[in-house]
Structure formats: structure tokens, C-alpha cells
Write a protein of this length. Structure first.
Length: 86
């Protein structure tokens, strides 16, 4: 550490201390009080313990389902019958 000098050595120690202490502080803050986590995530708590949650994933409306394999086979048979008749 003598090649770094004292000011750079102190800076490295401070950076390491910050690197270690920030995750510990955040874990302590959110693990002991889940209301803090809900506040950060944007959940709104109303009276009568009614909680409204923000939707992070918005799914599109469900489309009509494709025909089943049996329905596809039946449609193919009908098309084949129509071709045979013409």
C-alpha cells in the first residue's frame, strides 16, 4: 500500500466500507419492516386494510384459441370431401 500513498489507501478503504455497508443497510431496512419495501415499490394501502398493487407486467388480452388437432383433422376431411365432389 506504500506505492498507493496514504490518500489513495484511505479512499480504497472508504470505498470498500461503502461497498459492504450499503447492502447490509438495505437488507436491514427492508427485512425488518416490509412496509418500507411496499412504499418503495409503489403499493398504496387504504383504510380497512385494502391494498392496491401496481401492475408491473401488463398482459395483452387473450386471443381466440387455435383449433384443436381433432378439429383441424375434421376441417381437412371436409375440404377433401368438397374437392372430391367438384
Amino acid at each position: 500500500m506504500s506505492s498507493l500513498g496514504t490518500s489513495k489507501g484511505i479512499l480504497e478503504i472508504a470505498k470498500f466500507g461503502l461497498y459492504v455497508s450499503v447492502p447490509i443497510f438495505l437488507m436491514y431496512t427492508f427485512a425488518n419492516n416490509t412496509k418500507n419495501l411496499q412504499k418503495i415499490m409503489g403499493n398504496v394501502t387504504l383504510s380497512l386494510s385494502l391494498t392496491l398493487y401496481r401492475s408491473y407486467v401488463v398482459y395483452p388480452p387473450e386471443a381466440p384459441r387455435p383449433p384443436s388437432p381433432e378439429e383441424l383433422r375434421e376441417m381437412a376431411r371436409e375440404l377433401a370431401r368438397k374437392r372430391d365432389m367438384h
